[in-house]
Design a protein around this ligand. Structure first.
Ligand code: SAH
Length: 229
């Protein structure tokens, strides 16, 4: 199995790239792809940049140019579920794009017209492997499985947070996961999204983000390293 591993920001991929062996570097679409071995698995690690378009372009390059057979996304995220605290982990059961709004035609929020399904289901085996790695690695924080929603917005208000919980029953929100899930699904390859909470997606989210992003991102990376073992 060859894995494509995406982080949006350098702080989310740094640890993984440092851990790799036999690395060859490629540059495509302004992104640096590191191909080699990670924890004894074949892997390509890349920093996509922030947001759904960057993530989708990156994921498709991994599939088309590098022939990866599975996509893993690691990084930080805003907590929505009431049980979640900063530092806790969410592993995707499924993903949706929360900023899709075609409601004027009678669709629910997040539904993309003419697509077979707008709910992208994560691969059960990868979810369970990630969960097992999480339980081993993350001893002082919770590891939950649940829905991850993505949009091109940094969520930092109670109103938006409530909207996402009420309309999507989402556990956490970020800006790339569902785009990667979408690309994996249309290419018929398995995926899993692993996110460590950097903030609670409320009024203090930007302050909390700056304080906790690096540490949380490292937790998520360590889970990826462990699950590939
Ligand atoms: N301070 C950063 C901005 C990062 S944007 C900078 O200036 O570069 C936030 C990133 O973290 C995105 O990649 C997103 O996936 C994730 N994220 C963390 N918390 C989030 C939240 N509350 N809402 C949306 N995305 C969040």
């Amino acid at each position: 199995m060859k894995y494509g591993i995406i982080g949006a920001m350098d702080l989310e991929t740094k640890l993984l790239i440092e851990e790799m062996q036999n690395v060859t570097e490629f540059q495509i679409a302004g992104m640096h792809f590191y191909e080699g071995r990670l924890s004894n698995a074949e892997a390509v690690v890349v920093t996509s940049g922030v947001g759904k378009v960057n993530a989708a372009a990156c994921a498709q390059i991994l599939v088309t140019k590098f022939n990866v057979q599975a996509l893993i996304n690691t990084g930080v995220s805003g907590a929505l579920h009431h049980d979640l605290e900063v530092g806790d982990i969410v592993i995707s059961t499924d993903c949706m794009e929360h900023d899709v709004d075609v409601t004027v035609f009678g669709y629910k929020y997040g539904i993309i017209p003419r697509l077979e399904s707008s709910v992208f289901i994560a691969d059960n085996e990868l979810v369970e492997k990630a969960y097992a790695a999480g339980v081993l690695e993350i001893t002082d924080h919770k590891v939950l499985k649940g829905r991850i929603v993505s949009g091109d917005q940094f969520v930092s208000s109670i109103e938006k947070k409530s909207f996402l919980v009420e309309n999507f029953e989402a556990f956490t929100t970020e800006m790339e996961g569902a785009a990667i899930a979408h690309v994996a699904t249309i290419n018929q390859i398995p995926f899993v999204i692993i996110r460590a909470m950097s903030d609670k997606a409320d009024g203090s989210a930007h302050v909390s983000f700056d304080e906790f992003a690096v540490e949380s991102a490292h937790h998520s990376s360590k889970m990826v390293i462990n699950m590939l073992k």
